[in-house]
Design a protein around this ligand. Structure first.
Ligand code: GRF
Length: 195
């Protein structure tokens, strides 16, 4: 199975996913696409020998449909079986999501359905949550709202700041996402809970 990975920044999740697709894993990374030209993940993908593409969203301004037409043309060149959004920070329209329905995953740094959207770690601390974590879900038109495929749960420590919490959650993202991708590639959509 061919996997396209969408990034906007450092791409640490993309790296973890790409590194996991070896040996008897049924999937391989086919393309890394960034919407930002200076995304650090582009260089990391090139170092790993993965083809990369840039679909810069800025020239399109608010014309999301035009950006997504460009993104689709780029994706259709590799015709991916699975698309993994990995730190991809653009909201996609229902048109794009319907085009890839059932084949698109995303990782979100919260225990969904809690804290959809941004600043999840600060919001969990603000709420005094004892636990926090990350979720992998199928992407549907509802932002951060699709069927859950995996969750990793961690304890919030008294001394945690948004930064220390984000760092610990990110370590678990790098464990959860590859495990969920492998199951998904094997046709298993049951919920995976970690640890
Ligand atoms: C991280 O905050 C992660 O929680 C979220 O996207 C951000 C960047 O991730 N999924 P990455 O290092 O670009 O994969």
């Amino acid at each position: 199975k061919r996997v396209a990975l969408l990034i906007s920044g450092g791409g640490s999740n993309m790296v973890s996913l790409a590194q996991s697709m070896t040996g008897d894993h049924p999937a391989r990374p086919a393309l890394v696409v960034s919407n930002r030209p200076n995304a650090g993940g582009l260089a990391k993908a090139e170092e790993m020998g993965i083809d990369t593409a840039l679909v810069d969203h800025r020239p399109f301004g608010q014309d999301r449909a035009a950006f997504e037409r460009d993104l689709n043309r780029t994706l259709e060149q590799v015709d991916p079986d699975i698309i993994c959004m990995a730190g991809f920070m653009r909201v996609l329209t229902p048109v794009f999501i319907d085009r890839w329905a059932g084949r698109m995953l995303n990782i979100h740094p919260s225990l969904l359905p809690k804290y959809r959207g941004l600043h999840t770690h600060a919001r969990a601390l603000e709420a005094g949550d004892a636990e926090h974590g990350c979720s992998v879900h199928e992407v549907t038109a509802e932002l951060d709202g699709g069927p859950l495929l995996g969750q990793a749960r961690i304890k919030v420590e008294d001394k945690d700041t948004p930064e220390t919490l984000a760092a610990r959650v990110l370590e678990w993202e790098h464990k959860l996402y590859p495990a969920v991708l492998r199951r998904f590639a094997e046709g298993d959509r049951s919920l995976l809970l970690m640890p």
